[in-house]
Write a protein that binds this ligand. Structure first.
Ligand SMILES: C[S@@+](CC[C@H](N)C(=O)[O-])C[C@H]1O[C@@H](n2cnc3c(N)ncnc32)[C@H](O)[C@@H]1O
Length: 363
């Protein structure tokens, strides 16, 4: 039977309408993200309810009028900004100025699209094994946007105090390694709060570390240091150096997690603490589908498919490709296999599960 005949027989129009709405929403989202990336929404928010021509808006923004006008057209068509045809003017109603709160969500799809066609090629049996991290333009910035609120508002206020003994020791002074620190937002938050402790941030990405070092100069903190290194091969003189290892959304991304865990075990002092924060998911699809926050599950699967899994698989032979959805059960198993004792597994926040581990005093 031809595909078209099949379509007519069992057509579920409500399903098609729902998917169509989702796809159209995605297209509008590209325009919204453009306004956030260029700063045009910020300009409209500054201009308030007063209607302005595209030339006035472009002049205020210091941008090319032709591009600004096309974008304004997109946003008027999406019913986000208002347009007055007689004066050819545009404005964003002030009660919509909260749109910038959605910046991280808006920039997710355009950032992930950096790898879209390359990932599609990876599906083919004779296609590439994965996609390099640098295919995703500004991925570090997206991470900073997405994880920033947790690092700023919860890390030292709630997350670390949930481990009272460690909290007190950090006040007194410990050596801490922030593994895969990216732009260093978590490293700075901890360093500012615990001035007697020393914080090292390690990451493979030179561009992320360059941003971290710029901020370091701005802040003038003396208890922070950033190191450009691969965590599967950390400096040889780091054996038993650290009291606390913090690792936020990294383990599932690694191409060689077993090697990394072996290194982490080496650099942590016996009796030391390791915090691994991973996606708040399970290793079993049905358990994920049964979770209340299905939106989060969908976003995590898309992240995993478009970025986490293909970047992990990129080196080819032997690369793990766990993906963001490998779940807490598999993460626990991997940590135990690496000789960490998993003490607790708790929800750190809506999107993150915390596996709090200890390195046994012996072995
Ligand atoms: C998903 S981001 C998470 C960044 C940050 N921890 C956060 O939660 O926002 C993963 C980070 O791990 C870093 N990374 C991946 N593999 C690494 C490796 N083998 N050694 C060091 N850093 C690595 C990447 O450069 C990136 O900054």
């Amino acid at each position: 039977m031809a595909a078209t005949e099949l379509q007519c027989k069992g057509a579920d129009q409500a399903f098609l309408n729902r998917i169509s709405d989702q796809l159209l929403g995605g297209i509008a989202g590209i325009g919204i993200a453009m306004g956030m990336e260029t700063g045009l929404f910020d300009v409209l928010i500054t201009l308030g309810e007063n209607p302005h021509t595209s030339q006035q808006i472009a002049d205020t923004a210091g941008m090319k009028e032709r591009y600004v006008r096309e974008w304004l057209g997109c946003m008027a068509a999406a019913d986000i900004i208002k347009f007055d045809a007689t004066t050819e003017t545009y404005w964003l109603p002030t009660n919509r100025s909260n749109i910038m709160e959605l910046k991280a969500v808006a920039l997710t799809a355009p950032t992930l699209y950096g790898g879209f066609f390359k990932v599609a090629e990876c599906f083919r049996k004779d296609g590439p094994s994965g996609v390099p991290y640098n295919a995703y333009h500004k991925f570090d910035e997206l991470m900073a946007l997405t994880q920033g609120p947790f690092f700023r508002d919860q890390l030292v206020q709630k997350f670390i105090p949930s481990m009272p003994e460690l909290h007190q020791q950090l006040i007194n002074g410990l050596e801490v390694l922030d593994i895969g620190c990216g732009e260093g937002i978590s490293t700075f938050a901890m360093a500012r709060h615990f001035p007697k402790s020393k914080f090292y941030g390690v990451d493979l990405s030179q561009s992320a570390l360059a941003k971290a070092r710029d901020k370091e100069d701005e802040m003038g903190l003396s208890n922070v240091e950033f190191i450009n290194a691969d965590i599967t091969q950390m400096p040889s003189d780091w054996t038993d150096k650290f009291d606390y290892l913090f690792m936020h959304f990294i383990l599932h991304d690694l191409s060689y997690p077993t090697k990394a865990l072996r290194e982490m075990h080496r650099v942590l002092k016996p009796g030391g603490t390791l915090s691994v924060v991973e996606s708040n998911t399970h290793s079993n699809l049905q358990e994920n589908l049964d979770m209340q926050d299905r939106e989060n599950i969908l976003i995590e699967y898309i992240y995993s498919l478009l970025n986490c899994m293909p970047t992990s698989l990129y080196p080819g032979d032997g690369a793990a490709g766990f993906g963001a959805m490998w779940g807490r059960e598999k993460a626990k198993e991997a940590l135990e296999q690496a000789n960490f004792r998993v003490v607790t597994v708790t929800e750190a926040y809506k999107e993150g599960v915390h596996l709090m581990c200890k390195k046994p005093m012996t072995g």
